[in-house]
Design a protein around this ligand. Structure first.
Ligand code: AHM
Ligand code: MG
Length: 335
């Protein structure tokens, strides 16, 4: 029987073989995984743990926070603040950055996260997840400030998510392909269950919130209209549709079997570039998708090349199977 490989062993082997993971980054990823295990336990308890429902507060984006949004945020902070591997953290649920307190040593990494993605699904027992992104703090600045986080996604040194679904699964890249680890609840460890995940370049499945159709821009409308026209239309094939309303779950499906995911700009809030956040949703997911052979754009440019202007910046997102993402991006081209 093939030997089972734990997340710890996988990370040590990556560190040895390719030098991709310095010791401090390995420690950081282990701690994030441990925090995800605790979040998974809280999610699993559900009503029995008193974790469902609203916290009756709002985050900086004006969204009502759920109890689990706040619990997951606290778990990630408490797990990561004392290890000496981080300089600061940033989260969807915090207005500004969280600098590691003086009583702990400061490390060289910056951690960004959406502690509980898919909040609208918490209370209805549908898959949700934690998304994370790791950057290196620039060497040239003393202390740490928000500006240190404002780096393009192409500078990420690690990114991933943990999905709390029928299984709890951690999906990770350190720039050497995408690996997937399933939580073995009896052992309490994440075990490697798939390596070198590849997204097929073509697909017959799209994910978009169709209820917003009347608010979309022409290129997005054209793309979806063509998919809906099926075999008789210009694409000459029938398409299937999925929309889970948890980006982690939609991206996970795309990594497993292909597809295209879109949350485009729309006319409901024309001043916002999109709904999803660049730094802790779009960037980590885009890097995972690219590492699996897919593509990710905002309809015009590669997401990983965008220079962020602020921490909670929003962005339009088109990601997944390469040929479909390129098609949507082409449709946005005025030429
Ligand atoms: P959240 O981080 O507050 O949960 O919001 C992000 C989520 C994504 O996971 C998902 O793709 C999208 O919002 C769903 O939005 P909508 O309810 O507009 O379909
Ligand atoms: Mg989110």
């Amino acid at each position: 029987m093939a030997q089972k490989i734990s997340l710890t062993r996988y990370l040590v082997e990556q560190q040895r073989a390719d030098g991709l993971i310095p010791g401090q980054l390995r420690l950081l990823l282990e701690v994030v995984a441990r925090a995800c295990k605790s979040i998974s336990q809280a999610v699993n308890k559900g009503a029995l743990g008193g974790v469902l429902g609203s916290a009756e507060s709002e985050n900086v984006q004006g969204e009502v926070q759920k109890k689990l949004d706040i619990i997951a945020n606290e778990v990630l902070i408490e797990a990561n603040e004392w290890g000496g591997h981080l300089a600061a953290m940033a989260s969807e649920e915090m207005d500004s950055i969280y600098v590691v307190p003086n009583r702990y040593p400061q490390g060289e990494y910056l951690l960004l996260f959406d502690p509980l993605d898919g909040s609208s699904n918490i209370d209805v027992n549908v898959s949700i997840g934690t998304i994370f992104s790791v950057l290196k703090k620039p060497d040239d600045t003393p202390g740490v400030q928000e500006g240190d986080f404002l780096q393009a996604g192409s500078r990420q040194v690690a990114a991933g998510y943990c999905i709390y679904g029928p299984q709890t699964t951690l999906v990770l890249t350190v720039g050497n392909g995408v690996a997937m680890f399933t939580l073995d609840r009896e052992q309490g460890s994440f075990m490697l269950t798939q390596e070198n995940i590849q997204i097929p370049a073509d697909t017959k499945e799209f994910a978009i919130n169709m209820s917003n159709m009347r608010h979309w821009d022409a290129p997005v409308k054209r793309y979806i209209d063509e998919c809906l026209a099926g075999k008789e239309g210009p694409r000459g094939k029938d398409f299937n549709m999925r929309w889970i309303a948890s980006m982690v779950a939609d991206v996970h499906r795309i990594l497993m079997r292909g597809g295209i995911f879109m949350y485009p700009w729309d006319k409901r809030e024309p001043d916002k570039a999109g709904k999803l956040r660049l730094m802790y949703e779009a960037n980590p997911m885009s890097w995972l998708v690219e590492q699996a052979g897919g593509a990710a754009t905002n309809g015009r440019e590669r997401i990983l090349d965008l220079a962020p202007a602020k921490l909670h910046e929003r962005v339009a997102v088109v990601l997944g199977s390469k040929n479909e993402v390129e098609r949507v991006t082409r449709y946005h081209d005025p030429l």
